[in-house]
Design a protein around this ligand. Sequence first.
Ligand code: FBP
Length: 555
Amino acid sequence: MNISPLQRARYTYQPKLPPSIRGEIGTIGVSLGEATRSVANSGELETIFARTYGKPIATLEADTGNADAATPRTVGVILSGGQAPGGHNVIAGLFDALTRANPKNRLLGFKGGPGGLVDDKKIEITADYMDRFRNTGGFDIIGSGRTKIETDEQFAGARETCLKNGVDAVVVIGGDDSNTNAALLAEYFAAKGDPIQVIGVPKTIDGDLKNEYIETSFGFDTAVKTYSELIGNIERDANSAKKYWHFIKLMGRSASQIALECALQTRPNVCIISEEVEEKKQTLDDVVASIVDVVVKRAANGENFGVVLVPEGLIEFIPEMGTLIGELNDMLAENAEYFATLHTFEDQAEWVNKNLSRDSSYVFSSLPSDIQRQLLMDRDPHGNVQVSRIETEKLLIEMVSDKLAELKVKGTYSGKFSHQAHFFGYEGRSAFPSNFDADYTYSLGYSAFLLIANGLTGYISSVRNIARPADEWIAGGIPLTMMMNMEQRHGKKKPVIKKALVELEGAPFRYFAQHRDDWAVTTSFAFPGAIQYYGPDDICNLPTLTLRLEQGVDI
Ligand code: FBP
């Protein structure tokens, strides 16, 4: 492996821990609060999670003692879903806590995601192996995957693997769907009477796995800083050449958390927020009209350039598109076998058109054929449409161009609309974790072991108060069932962790809404530059603006 100077330097970075978990492992205990309830559908969830529902919130406490800390343990770990910067440090934190508790403890890494647990594909993570991945991006230490453990055979396979290898606890590092899986696994082991604990860790660049106790998912910080660097560079390029409108689609699945944070950091001319589009019931034409309005106003000032940010999930939030995608998801789930026999796009489109409702069929037919094809592509293993593969930025460019051409004929617009399309997603998922993510993830992994050592299962590792310096962080665990509700998936109601979408009443959106009209017409671009790993705190260690605005910390 070629090791860059930065990688070599990062190997020696020592991540910070919350004060309550800095002492000897055997001195760290846990205090438990009141019983908890799920965010909704408590009746159904209490039945599904008969043994693990409603546990209390756990806080890790220094100097309280834990007599079981040094009990020999074998822990398994899985990375699940899309890459997010800091995954390696979760494992490093887990490894360090586990080997400090008892040097004979073992850490097994199940390879390629949850499928590795089901099929018993693993490696033992040794100190030397671990050291090659500290403070680096990517998930290549053990790989990741999107397999969902859902059939009886898969649950039985996971159990067999654990029993065979003497695994006492499994740590699932994943997003909302993967942590739902962790909760189901914890319940399954409890129902079988196996003393195998399951602890989740909140991962996803999307920033949509959060609540009062999980203040952010790891990876969001590094990803948004990476995209903001790139957007800022494009803005400066646009402001220099003054000839292009750049439409930039940003990853984030359903939530616009990434787009909003990037807008706060870079002050583009337009940033669409899907949640607002849904709230205002804006049609695709309305969204296009709002962009056209800005293009026309800037053209009137002689500025035929600009930057538009588009969250990748937008398409699902436009009411008519959302209905269409919902119908397609159900239809493709219910008729998967038949659909697989339709080999040409023409046959697929014809079948789909026949079976959609009248309105959705009209919407489907009115879309460019590339977008139609993208809407029919495979769903992910959780039944979601893969929004990263739908070229919404190109759809918007096409529709804005058409509208501007009409205005030109009417004589109400005389500018020039040259455009560039971009998609930023994968660029940010495996970057070297920022200092924030390196510290946060190491703390999450370390806490995950402490929850195990304190006998808990069905929890997600939590580190709070993170808009402030690590010296003020609070470590603990949140019961997974507390974050759940029931939702329609694959045509059936399923327990899932509720996604945290952008709140229109929240401080980050309100700040954006106060400033966006200014940013639209008066060029106000901001250039955050590259993530800095070494230097003063206010350059290297600041959390996201979202976190600071949410927690009332000065920005
Ligand atoms: P997770 O939810 O698993 O963290 O993945 C997030 C994400 O990066 C989304 O932003 C994106 O839509 C999706 O993964 C892309 O998936 P894939 O890596 O399978 O192309």
